[in-house]
Design a protein around this ligand. Structure first.
Ligand code: CMC
Length: 452
């Protein structure tokens, strides 16, 4: 089969194809048999055209092969758009930089879930809807006692968030739109509470109940760092930095964890179970776990003088060391979220009176060298969002093991928005990829006495 330009003809005609504009097509020819199939070419609002291959197997008898989905659109979506070459990220059409500068996390969450920025009244109601659900069922506390104190908080998150489906039976019917809304609000509201509980459990401090008079990020900082013995004063600069980190991580198109949530949900699983699946996927160091890995790497490098040695190791094919916080499947330019965090990093360190942060100096040196090194330049490996977030979070007092948990709190908004979009999509089907089988062909069973 040959889909390259010489064998693939692209034709245009004036006929309309649903929402996708004038119908164009792409002809795929099997050079061995000479048989051809004409496949529709779909256009979105932005981004490259997409070949609709749904009839390929029925009409030509072939599957496509794309491990890692590097060239495959798995769904139609109206939520987030990334132009990886330009380094652009839009939530519902709004550039991330504008939202980071002017908006707050609750507004961004409303936007991602509902498609438009809220009016003042809508925002107030949404904030009330979320805060109504910040507490967790008291019996859920018993779950925490089942974990070792030194459990990784992401392990606790997978377990406890999955367990929500055993507590909130009145919002697990995915066919009821009202239940879907309530489940979505519950998940967004309870994630910070569960995350802070996971932390408190690990350090042996009492759980701190949510305070609904506080904003989302403020309440999270309060649940994390307050203790009953003392008054906890929220630092507005840190609350703003926390809110900013939440905005920047809220959604990111069809990444691994979001695709996991969609795939889990495509079978009709309840939303709490689907989000627990997303948390599991996010945990890996190639995805959300990278923020923790970046800090560990900076500590391992230890000193600016050792940066060249580690850059060389990252380039060495025989060494599996990679520069964590560099490179991205989609961005082949500076990650716009990293650019926002780079600035915020200095504001947070100034506020905290951290004049010399050796890890920040080290990070800047690493960035400087990597951005000029031909290996990184040619492969378009730029710093990603995780490169700076760890430095800010550490300065704010978060232990490294909580970094990915914070990512999960923010990304819950995107997961929930994408899950709802999938459920409401009349064309959605259970996710069920095919494969290129390279195992044994048909053979027959031999009794053990005849083997060997
Ligand atoms: N350090 C050194 N070499 C790298 C790196 C890196 N961080 N990232 C990619 N490469 C090389 C890789 O070895 C490959 O080289 P070659 O073509 O010679 O085999 C080439 O660049 C392409 O890499 P890939 O692994 O095929 O690309 P991918 O799209 O499958 O992987 C990635 C993307 C993010 C997993 C990868 O860049 C990586 O492992 N980065 C470090 C982990 C990290 O920072 N992850 C956070 C991603 S942003 C947060 C999120 O969205 O979850």
């Amino acid at each position: 089969m040959d889909t390259k330009t010489p064998a693939a003809k692209v034709k245009s005609s004036t006929s309309k194809d649903g929402n996708h504009g004038a119908r164009e097509s792409c002809t795929v020819t099997d050079n061995a048999t000479g048989q051809s199939v004409e496949l529709p070419l779909l256009s979105g609002t932005l981004g490259p055209k997409v070949v609709d291959i749904r009839r390929l197997y029925a009409d030509l008898g072939h599957f496509t092969f794309d491990p890692g989905y590097t060239a495959t659109g798995s769904c139609e979506s109206k939520i987030t758009y990334i132009d990886g070459d330009k380094g652009e990220l839009f939530y519902r059409g709004y550039p991330i930089e504008e939202l980071a500068e002017h908006s707050d996390f609750m507004e961004a969450a409303y936007l991602l879930l509902n498609g438009e920025l809220p009016t003042a009244g809508q925002k107030k109601k949404f904030e009330r809807d979320i805060t109504m659900h910040t507490m967790v069922h008291e019996q859920l506390i018993a779950f925490f006692r089942g974990f070792r104190r030194d459990a990784h908080p992401m392990a606790v998150m997978c377990g406890v968030v999955g367990a929500l489906s055993a507590f909130y039976h009145d919002s697990t019917d995915i066919n009821d739109p009202q239940q879907r809304v309530i489940a979505s609000h519950r998940l967004i509201a309870k994630m910070p509470t569960i995350a802070a509980m996971a932390y408190k459990y690990s350090v042996g401090q009492p759980f701190v109940y949510p305070r609904n008079d506080l904003k989302y990020a403020e309440n999270f900082l309060h649940m994390m760092f307050a203790v009953p013995a003392e008054e906890y004063k929220i630092n507005p600069v840190l609350a703003r930095a926390m809110d900013l980190i939440f905005i920047l991580h809220a959604d990111h198109e069809q990444n691994a964890s979001t695709s996991t949530v969609r795939l889990a949900g495509s079978s009709g699983a309840n939303p709490f179970a689907c989000i627990a699946a997303g948390i599991a996927s996010l945990w890996g160091p190639s995805h959300g776990g990278a923020n923790e890995a970046v800090l560990k790497m900076l500590m391992q490098i230890g000193d600016k003088s050792r940066v060249p040695e580690f850059v060389e190791r990252a380039k060495d094919k025989n060494d599996n060391f990679r520069l964590m916080g560099f490179g991205h499947r989609v961005y082949k330019n500076y990650d716009p979220r990293a650019a926002v965090l780079r600035k915020s990093c200095h504001a947070v360190l100034d506020e905290l009176g951290v004049r010399d942060e050796p890890l920040l100096d080290l990070a800047m040196e690493l960035e400087r060298i990597a951005l000029h090194d031909p290996y990184f330049v040619e492969k378009k490996l730029y710093p990603n969002v995780d490169f700076y977030s760890g430095i800010i979070l550490r300065a704010m007092g978060f232990p490294m093991s909580m970094f990915t948990v914070l990512f999960a709190i923010a990304r819950t908004v995107g997961w929930v928005a994408q899950w709802n979009e999938m459920i409401e999509d009349p064309n959605a089907k259970i996710g069920r990829p095919r494969q290129l089988y390279t195992g044994k062909a048909l053979r027959h069973y031999l009794p053990v006495t005849k083997r060997g």
